[in-house]
Design a protein around this ligand. Structure first.
Ligand SMILES: Cc1cc2nc3c(=O)[nH]c(=O)nc-3n(C[C@H](O)[C@H](O)[C@H](O)COP(=O)(O)O)c2cc1C
Length: 403
């Protein structure tokens, strides 16, 4: 299988097979089936919300490349009069800088420096994109989901329910008669805003926003993912956030870090290390969460596995779809296609190689002859439950000794 992987890596540099997951299953007996927001996906790799999911052309390119899902750029909610409480987030900014970034742990990765924020065109234009996304999703070839930033009140203030109602109703009409899948973004720029200085305020948003969105949707069902930010507090507060967000249907963990000095959000290995550390702590503490999707410096199959083994059923990337072409081993096709090639087939760092290694190390077993991506979360859960029980037992023993 290793020799086959080397050969596939070489021959797919120009073009990937049309049914990537089917090919991997046939060739390696690896079932890459994954999930995002309750939907079954052929494999776990999707695109996070941002500048790379603003247009129909981008969506079409991603469908043709074989991405499993795409989250559209975040639109800023509005009320029937066109008022937007989060209007400061609708910034028009076209310049993006893709830069190398060394982490505190001395690993070199990439980050995109950008001063913009949410969707900066009209709501009607966004709704046209949502209609196209719904059509793509119905075709079964890719799942494409809208993303919104709704009003976030200060403590003691009520939520602007009109803004929630109007925005959700219009999105739902554009989507069609089926359940509306939706992400609610708590962006990293929010972390740098005075609104996010108060911990109880953030926890209230996480507790109450799902109810607000569901109430706004009325009789049309909504399936809601909360995309959690990295707040400017410590890891323990990230755990508080995970606990507070328990009523969402899924959580995206976690958006970029905030650099208060430069006034920009950033990623790279600082981001993945923080995210994975918090997810590990959540598992050890036995915190029960809605289904998770990983985000943050996913730049190799190995990193997909790191997120998966801490409970993530899929991953959504942004930066890795934006690197200079010379950074991808693939030689032809769109960036989405070249990224998939590296993430899946790299003979050392790819997802297939990583799953074969886990099998060799006795950490993942074949069932009915197949290795299954979704078994990684379950085995992680069992192991973590076990570790969390062990941790609780040892704390109990320590306490008894102390008494
Ligand atoms: C230029 C840029 C714009 C982004 N815009 C949004 C956005 O509008 N909404 C959102 O939820 N996330 C946004 N993100 C965050 C990404 O979706 C992703 O979660 C984050 O960058 C971490 O993943 P990465 O390290 O693979 O880039 C943006 C990221 C970048 C780099």
């Amino acid at each position: 299988m290793r020799a086959r992987l080397e050969r596939d890596f070489e021959r797919f540099k120009r073009e990937l097979p049309s049914d990537i997951a089917g090919y991997v299953r046939g060739a390696y007996r690896i079932d890459l089936t994954a999930r995002y927001l309750g939907r079954t996906l052929p494999h776990p790799i999707g695109k996070g919300s941002g500048q790379l999911s603003l247009s129909l052309d981008q969506l079409e390119t991603d469908r043709a490349a074989g991405l499993a899902f795409v989250v559209l750029k975040t639109v800023i909610a509005e009320d029937p009069a066109g008022e937007r409480s989060m209007g400061a987030w609708a910034v028009h900014e076209t310049r993006m800088k893709v830069e190398r970034r060394r982490s505190a742990s001395d690993k070199e990765g990439w980050t995109v420096t950008w001063k913009g924020r949410g969707w900066d065109r009209s709501f009607d234009e966004y709704l046209a994109l949502v209609r196209a996304a719904a059509d793509c999703t119905r075709s079964g070839e890719i799942v494409a989901v809208p993303s919104v930033k709704y009003h976030l009140p200060r403590l003691g203030e009520p939520f602007r329910t009109e803004e929630y109602r109007y925005t959700t109703e219009r999105l739902s009409q554009a989507w069609g008669s089926e359940e509306l899948p939706l992400e609610k973004d708590f962006s990293p720029t929010l972390a740098g805003n005075e609104l996010a200085e108060e911990r109880n305020q953030i926890l209230r948003w996480l507790r109450e926003v799902p109810g607000q969105v569901r109430a706004a949707a009325g009789s049309t069902p909504v399936r809601l993912a909360l995309k959690l930010m990295n707040a400017r507090f410590d890891d323990a507060f990230q755990l508080e956030m995970l606990k507070a967000a328990g009523s969402a249907d899924a959580l995206v963990v976690f958006n970029r870090l905030w650099d208060p000095g430069q006034g920009v959000a950033f990623g790279g290995f600082d981001l993945s290390e923080r995210n994975l550390r918090v997810l590990q702590a959540a598992r050890l503490d036995g915190i029960r969460t809605p289904p998770l999707t990983g985000s943050g410096n996913v730049s190799s199959g190995r990193l997909i596995l790191d997120y998966a083994r801490l409970g993530c059923e899929s991953v959504q990337l942004h930066t890795f779809f934006q690197l200079p072409l010379s950074e991808y081993p693939g030689t032809d096709g769109s960036r989405s296609q070249r990224a998939l090639h590296a993430l899946l087939f790299h003979p050392i760092d790819g997802l297939v190689a990583g799953m074969l290694d886990l099998e060799a190390d006795g950490l993942l077993e074949r069932r009915s002859g197949e290795l299954r991506f979704l078994d990684l979360q379950e085995s992680a859960e069992n192991k973590n439950n076990h570790e969390s029980t062990k941790k609780n037992e040892s704390t109990k023993k320590k306490k008894q000794k102390h008494n």
